[in-house]
Write a new protein. Structure first.
Length: 268
């Protein structure tokens, strides 16, 4: 009799025990999916087994396009449904699952050293030595660099003499430049002509394969010590940089064109 009572008590407890697993809908931003929850005896609550978001970062547009395709393949999302790519001024981002997931893949653009050098030099006033160092840094991007460098290196001689006039802009047929009058220590006078600028063909991104012609204008002036200073100007630089970013966005769009439902935003 006692054994029967014990068994009935055990059966009653079994019937009252919470189910170990339950399934219920979880609502994302756009739809709901059935998710299985497991009961945690210690916390006395049902919990979903959350996976840790796998945030990633890439530094080139090619790697960005490749990781988008690979992430969608791993998620078996052949159309790119509820996934978003955003291209911005500094790079971009990719969210593989805008509905439930929290994973974000970031694209942080790494500009080429030549591009960064020009960008930092624009609207900067330099003395002769600083300008020659700036020019030397752009050597890989300047066609006929030796001739260009030689023409501006002449300023070293003039910079040590007495300048008798401010540099004057001149134009003679197809040639234009600055004419600077000077007087040497022995009393000899002369004039020297310098180009008003040069063109640098600069790669936009490090390890990239697309470059852009950047026209550099130079403004020659004298300071209070009669030394020549050169100001580096490029009125077109902002437009050129915007075009380079647009070209990257177009590259991403081309590489992801097979995903009919993928949202690609140019956010700039």
């Amino acid at each position: 009799m006692e054994e029967k009572i014990i068994q009935e008590a055990i059966d009653a407890l079994k019937n009252q025990k919470r189910p170990e697993l339950i399934s219920c809908p979880v609502y994302g931003q756009y739809s709901a999916n059935p998710i299985t929850f497991m009961y945690n005896d210690e916390r006395k609550q049902y919990e979903m087994n959350f996976s840790r978001p796998s945030d990633k970062k890439v530094r080139s547009v090619k790697a960005f396009a490749k990781i988008i395709a690979e992430e969608l393949r791993r998620r078996e999302n052949s159309s790119g449904d509820k996934s978003t790519v955003s291209i911005n001024l500094s790079g971009g981002s990719f969210i593989p699952d805008d509905n439930f997931g929290k994973t974000t893949i970031t694209f942080e653009r790494l500009n080429s050293q030549q591009w960064k050098l020009i960008k930092s030099g624009i609207n900067t006033r330099m003395d002769h030595r600083q300008f020659l160092l700036f020019l030397q840094g752009l050597k890989p991007s300047i066609e006929y660099f030796t001739d260009v460098f030689r023409s501006y290196a002449t300023l070293r001689m003039i910079g040590r003499t007495e300048l008798t006039s401010n540099p004057v802009f001149t134009e003679d047929g197809q040639n234009s430049g600055y004419t600077c009058s000077y007087k040497l220590e022995d009393g000899t006078t002369g004039e020297e002509k310098f180009p008003t600028g040069f063109v640098a063909n600069v790669q936009f991104a490090k390890a990239g394969d697309k470059s852009y012609n950047i026209p550099i204008d130079l403004l020659f002036t004298r300071n209070e010590d009669d030394e020549i200073e050169i100001e580096v100007l490029c009125p077109e630089f902002e437009n050129i940089e915007e075009q380079a970013i647009i070209d990257e966005a177009e590259y991403i769009k081309q590489q992801t064109s097979g995903y009919s439902d993928l949202l690609v935003l140019s956010d700039f």
